[in-house]
Design a protein around this ligand. Structure first.
Ligand code: PHE
Length: 448
């Protein structure tokens, strides 16, 4: 027998952890800016639709496989395989998931490091260390290395403490703080001049912008935001007790994820227009809204600067929010390779965390030293290609390879009368046919 596995102590613990994984930079940064540059509320509506008709079913595939197998991604997929071909496919998908989760973490830790550096800046300013404050907020290899190391170290500390004492405890502590910070910031920003224009840009639908590219961008966003494809949700599902209803928890995670993405839009868009009112440029030369790193690292800091002393507090709250959001996501990424190393390579959790964490930090370092060539490339390989392809594969495992009776049996656990639900009538064939086709169709579009 292998060593006893960790388990979440309650459904709330699981919910906080899974929602913590889902809610991240993708929600607070990616979603609002994509909405702003793609038809405002039109994008929001399409995103909501895709989150429920595409991402939620795929999320359910991961959670169900994970809870059934109670193993890491590689092992779980091997266990539900039925022959040599599907076993080969299981290895490909399982190791693919571990690789892509690690690549996502390698760039995510760099971006999160920027958030930590900006979080430290108000303190430096307060004690009058202005050259330190400048160093913290200007891009340099030394700064990036330092703060990626700090953020990766924090992620490793939490993961080294295990499922209940690390992931669950920290997610349960950090997620409510995130929501409180977000709401406080929204209340403050909405009272500032210019905020209402931002709200209008965000909430007025412009359906003329709906196009295949928009659908694709919304799908990619939904996949990234729900942490799909790379086995994070699979591994969190594997730590979930059999007394809980999977479809219900899955809906809650999806609702929290889209709810926070939507709410973050109520902060970011108004804040941009408040910044414009205060004299900061928010449109790039080609007339598009500044959405990339410039938004978070220049536009918003310029706004905070213009606010005087209160700006220090607002900056602190904002970058604390970003750091928390990043941390509850990064731990879920690191858990994927760590769980594999514990279960398949038989390493103790601490050594596994140290080993895997250092390897991923080494990848981050290579990216930092070759930033222009690698940063965008790694993001594109992992999120535009890796995640959707792995998502299709996981739907195929749930829909075609895994024995039907076992899948249905797993869904029944923790959910009485599930046979009477709409979920039961639709999902099992939906995940088999509709999901893979939809994802593939969207994917082929990207290639064209
Ligand atoms: N969902 C996270 C976010 O929105 C990113 C993530 C992707 C986390 C893949 C885990 C796995 O920022």
């Amino acid at each position: 027998m292998s060593a006893p596995r960790g388990q979440f102590s309650s459904n709330v613990g699981f919910l906080m952890a899974a929602a913590g994984s889902a809610v991240g930079l993708g929600n607070i940064w990616g979603f609002p800016t994509k909405a702003a540059s793609n038809g405002g509320a039109a994008f929001v509506v399409i995103y909501l639709l895709l989150a429920f008709v595409l991402a939620y079913p795929a999320l359910m595939a991961e959670l169900t496989i994970g809870r059934h197998a109670r193993r890491n991604m590689v092992q779980a997929l091997r266990e539900i395989s039925t022959g040599p071909v599907s076993r080969f496919f299981a290895n490909l998908t399982g190791f693919g998931g571990i690789l892509i989760a690690s690549l996502i973490l390698s760039f995510y830790a760099i971006v999160a490091g920027w958030m930590v550096a900006h979080l430290a800046e108000p303190f430096a300013t307060l004690i009058g260390a202005s050259s330190t404050a400048d160093w913290l907020t200007s891009s340099s290899t030394a700064r990036n290395m330092t703060f990626t190391a700090i953020f990766s170290g924090l992620t490793m500390l939490i993961i080294a403490s295990g499922v209940e004492k690390g992931i669950e405890r920290w997610s349960t502590l950090l997620m409510p703080s995130l929501i409180i910070l977000l709401l406080l910031l929204i209340m403050y920003v909405l009272t500032q001049p210019g905020a209402i224009i931002g709200l209008q840009v965000y909430l007025m639908p412009d359906f003329s912008q709906v196009s295949p590219e928009l659908l694709l961008s919304a799908m990619g966003q939904a996949f990234f935001s729900l942490s799909l494809g790379v086995g994070t949700m699979l591994i969190y599902g594997s730590y979930l007790s059999q007394q809980e209803s999977l479809p219900r928890l899955g809906v809650l995670v999806t609702l929290i994820d889209v709810g926070i993405a939507f709410t973050a839009g109520l902060l970011i868009l108004p804040a941009m227009y408040v910044a414009q009112e205060a004299g900061t440029q928010i449109f790039a030369d080609d007339g598009s809204l500044i959405a990339g790193p410039g938004l978070i690292l220049q536009v918003l800091p310029a706004l905070f600067d213009s606010m005087g002393t209160i700006g220090l507090v607002v900056a602190l709250a904002f970058f604390a929010l970003m750091t928390i959001a990043s941390l509850t996501s990064s731990i879920s990424m690191l858990e994927v390779p760590v769980a594999f190393s514990i279960e398949n390579l038989k390493l103790p959790r601490r050594s596994a965390t140290l080993l895997v964490g250092l390897i991923i930090f080494a990848i981050s370092s290579v990216i930092i030293f070759n930033f222009d060539a690698l940063f965008g490339l790694v993001i594109s390989i992992s999120t535009e290609y890796g995640q959707p392809l792995l998502g299709v594969s996981l739907c195929i495992f749930a829909g075609w390879i895994w024995r039907r009776d076992q899948l249905l049996q797993e869904l029944r656990k923790g959910h009485e009368n599930i046979e009477q639900t709409l979920f039961w009538k639709i999902w099992p064939w939906y995940v088999r046919v509709v999901c893979p086709l939809l994802i593939l169709a969207a994917f082929v579009q990207t290639l064209l």
